[in-house]
Write a protein that binds this ligand. Structure first.
Ligand code: BMA
Length: 323
């Protein structure tokens, strides 16, 4: 499909981070989480390391970068987070949310017995305390930046295959917790059928931001076209990922106020459509609302590089509520 970004979106012409910026072994540098913490922008990025030129991947770790302006990044000299043992293959796709001075990292975990969603906490980005791991299969968890009705709240994307025709028909859900460890109150937020530009699965993208009109939240949306062939390094890559935007009720985020009925960000630039591991993948993981009303949206492109787009918060809200 020929998807286009909304005209409220301004993309930086070049990626903000690639493997060339990393002072250790790196190949695909993408799907980062970003937060403001102690006066700096902090980014944790996924690094599928290996040999970029020869298209060989060896493993995954998560790197750390900091910035004064959210655009130019200093990368730390070693990765900051990695999970690997007899049971766990890797952790990836970090999303950051600061609540009461603690930075929480949501991440996906590939294990021998299924795909789990994890949440860890840190205050120094060196030591991380695992707070919870879901049952399989669940991923794309993002936390709201404050408790809602006294409970920590997350969006998430379970993957129910058996009951959904053995296909990727996956939706966005919400759960709540009194202590970040035990989660319940689970409710459906958005179904694939609510998204006209998805014929496959959807999932939460960046952690939501609070506005006076509601929680503004991005999601990723997948369109699968079995006629597509080679789109990147593999023989076949038939999925296109775009970002969408929705507004959720402040008191009960399982209630959708509005969803923009077209993609917010789609692949258009050469590093999004032509170069890299899996082209036509836009995967936001960080969103920051500045005092000026500018929203910075950080997204992985082509599962290869990390990019930045900006938009005005009022324009994003209008997309969700004006038909
Ligand atoms: C999803 C996740 C993401 C990735 C995307 C496109 O299922 O694995 O990490 O960016 O696929 O490959």
């Amino acid at each position: 499909m020929d998807f286009k970004s909304s005209n409220v979106i301004k993309k930086l012409e070049k990626p903000i981070l690639t493997y060339k910026d990393i002072p250790y072994k790196a190949a695909l540098v993408f799907n980062a989480g970003v937060a403001k913490y102690n006066g700096k922008y902090v980014m944790m990025f996924r690094n599928d390391y290996g040999d970029y030129e020869n298209h060989k991947l060896e493993g995954t770790n998560i790197g750390l970068a900091t910035s004064d302006d959210g655009v130019h990044w200093d990368v730390s000299d070693k990765p900051c987070f990695m999970l690997k043992d007899d049971e766990i293959d890797r952790a990836y796709d970090p999303r950051l949310t600061v609540i009461d001075g603690v930075c929480y990292v949501c991440f996906a975990v590939d294990t021998k017995h299924g795909l789990r969603g994890g949440i860890a906490s840190t205050t120094d980005f060196e030591s991380f305390e695992i707070q919870t791991l879901t049952l399989p299969d669940n991923r794309n968890m993002v936390l709201f930046p404050e408790k809602i009705n006294g409970l920590y709240t997350r969006l998430e994307r379970p993957m129910p295959v058996y009951s959904r025709w053995h296909k990727d028909v996956f939706d966005v859900w919400m759960s709540q917790s009194p202590d970040m460890k035990f989660w319940g109150n689970s409710k459906l937020v958005m179904g694939v059928e609510d998204i006209p530009f998805s014929n496959d699965k959807i999932g939460p993208a960046a952690p939501p931001i609070k506005t006076d009109k509601g929680w503004l939240t991005t999601f990723h949306s997948v369109w699968t076209d079995p006629t597509r062939g080679k789109n990147g390094w593999e023989d076949k890559w038939q999925k296109q990922y775009v970002a969408g935007i929705a507004l959720l009720d402040l008191d009960d985020p399982s209630k959708v106020i509005g969803i923009y009925d077209k993609p917010l960000i789609a692949a258009e630039l050469p590093h999004e459509t032509d170069e890299g591991y899996r082209t036509h993948v836009i995967f936001p993981g960080g969103m920051i609302l500045e005092d000026s009303g500018e929203v910075k949206i950080y997204y992985g492109a082509a599962d290869t590089v990390e990019c930045l787009a900006t938009a005005d918060v009022d324009d994003l809200i209008k997309l969700c509520i004006e038909k």
